[in-house]
Design a protein around this ligand. Structure first.
Ligand code: UDP
Length: 332
């Protein structure tokens, strides 16, 4: 039986596809290529389909013997989500309605869902636990929370079991340097910093240095994309074994400040990377650090690449080999 990966041409999706293939799983990818890249698909079958196109999606389910879905396909930029709530609700929430309906129609009863720390909003406690209050401060987090809640009711009504994985700051790249992080426009801290040694920008801006953190800059929990990928596989194994749904945080459990991330990039790249303080970016909580104890205990997940230096080294190797990111945005 095959595993259907929606959004498998995107950053985390493509790394997960690669990891699943390494585990000898048969993979089918559905991606509308709005932000994914054909080149990130390595030896697997890609359908260039939008999940909201139910007729086409249904054909894929009918053609293949789908055991489970790993669902990444969604809009995922916090800032953009504040300007384009219609697009985020339509692609994320309506997309989920379509996907769950086609799963129900085709009796597929397992889904692993790509969720986010943005479901929590401004945290009351650090580290953040799965049963802490969810109060998103942006449209993106709100849509992901709505998708999680939708799965809960589809589980109760139709027995579709889910594992929702709330990622903290996904970063790094596969050690092979054949796939990596490429967004257009780029908004994430690590790839933006690495644009300086690549000669694509003069300096990095630090958004705020007056937060109540160790050095005044925001603290985040950076987690290697291959550790996220392995967690999806463990989540699938969990669903194969247990008739149960659950939610897990995925992070390293340790936080690094923006200044520390820049310092690590200087060490890894050997470049001085000038930095300048700018005003705070709106909606940024001071500190986001996960407790991933539940994922460790129940899924048996243990991050393998948890040092920031390793994350930075893998990110740098990919960017250095692919300074322009993926070459095409070719549709197939
Ligand atoms: N950040 C920054 N300069 C940048 C991009 C990001 O100082 O050019 C900060 C941002 O304010 C946040 C942290 O780096 O505190 C991580 O931001 P990113 O967008 O990578 O991830 P987020 O935590 O928002 O998901």
């Amino acid at each position: 039986m095959a595993i259907l990966i929606t959004g498998g041409a995107g950053y985390i999706g493509s790394h997960t596809v690669k990891y699943f293939i390494e585990q000898n799983e048969e993979i089918i990818i559905v991606d509308n290529l709005q932000s994914g890249y054909v080149e990130s698909i390595l030896n697997s079958q890609l359908y260039n389909i939008d999940i909201r196109d139910k007729e086409s999606l249904d054909k894929v389910f009918k053609k293949h013997n789908i055991e489970a879905v790993i669902h990444f396909a969604a809009n995922s930029l916090v800032g953009e989500s504040m300007d384009k709530p219609y697009e985020y609700y339509h692609n994320n929430v309506y997309g989920m309605i379509c996907l769950l309906d086609i799963m129900k129609e085709n009796s597929v009863d397992k889904i692993v869902f790509s969720s986010t720390a943005a479901t929590y909003g401004e945290p009351k406690n650090i580290p953040i636990l799965e049963d802490d209050e969810t109060n998103p401060t942006n449209t993106y987090g709100e849509t992901k929370l709505a998708m999680e809640k939708m799965m809960k009711w589809f589980d109760l009504a139709y027995g579709i079991k889910y594992v929702s994985l709330r990622y903290f700051n996904a970063s790094g790249a596969h050690e092979d340097s054949d796939i990596g992080e490429a967004h257009n426009p780029e908004t994430h801290l690590i790839p933006l910093i690495l644009q300086v040694p690549l000669g694509k920008r003069d300096k990095i801006f630090m958004f705020g240095d007056d937060y109540s953190t160790k050095d005044g800059t925001c603290v985040r929990d950076y987690i290697h994309v291959m550790d996220l990928s392995s967690a999806h596989y463990l989540a699938l194994k969990y669903l194969r074994k247990n008739n149960n749904s659950d939610i897990f945080n995925l992070g390293n459990g340790s936080g690094y400040s923006v200044k520390e991330v820049i310092e690590t990039a200087r060490k890894v790249t050997g470049h001085s990377i000038p930095a300048e303080v700018k005003p705070r970016r709106s909606g940024d909580p001071a500190t986001l650090i996960a407790s991933s104890r539940k994922a460790a205990q129940i899924l048996g997940w243990k991050p393998k690449y948890s040092s920031l230096e390793k994350i930075m080294t893998d990110a740098w190797n990919w960017h250095n080999n692919n300074p322009e990111g993926y070459k095409s945005t070719e549709k197939i």
